[in-house]
Ligand binder design. Structure first.
Ligand SMILES: [Zn+2]
Length: 152
């Protein structure tokens, strides 16, 4: 048994897509982001805290690789004296990897030909796949993740 788990994932996205995609994937698996440094590609998050558990810390470091970006993900039991994590760290990384690849697939199919206007109607950002927030007048929309603004 171990109290941490680590994996390197590869994504085929541009840098301004990778960070919002990761933030979104973390949100989808129920993690709370405590720090996100978009310039240097670093994210810290926490997941699974409850009355029964101190949860796990997730540390992500994004670096440039040949075919896109490498995402180094580490999940560590938050309480350093934890001897056995009962597979939680491994599960966190698997879930995150799955969410990230779903977001990546969506983004790649969007850039492969679906019009931005379609993404606008789906309330999804064509840049990062994040959820868009409609302005009160309904004439424009702004991405919650990468802050890109879209006009209908
Ligand atoms: Zn976006």
């Amino acid at each position: 048994m171990t109290s941490s788990s680590r994996k390197i994932l590869t994504v085929n996205l541009s840098f301004d897509q990778v960070m919002p995609a990761l933030e979104r994937a973390l949100g989808n698996i129920g993690a709370n982001i405590s720090e996100s440094d978009r310039t240097n590609g670093r994210i810290k998050a926490k997941i699974g805290t409850s009355v029964w558990s101190w949860g796990e810390n997730i540390i992500i470091i994004v670096t440039r690789s040949q075919s896109g970006y490498s995402v180094d993900v580490e999940s560590k039991s938050a309480l350093s004296t934890t001897v056995a994590d009962w597979g939680k760290n491994e599960t966190n990384i698997q879930k995150l990897a799955r969410e990230l690849s779903l977001i990546e697939d969506k983004l790649l199919s969007t850039s492969r030909g679906n019009m931005p206007s379609k993404a606008f109607h789906n309330l999804e950002c064509p840049n990062c796949g994040g959820q868009l927030e409609l302005s009160p007048d309904g004439l424009s929309s702004k991405c919650q993740y990468c802050r890109r603004k879209l006009v209908a």
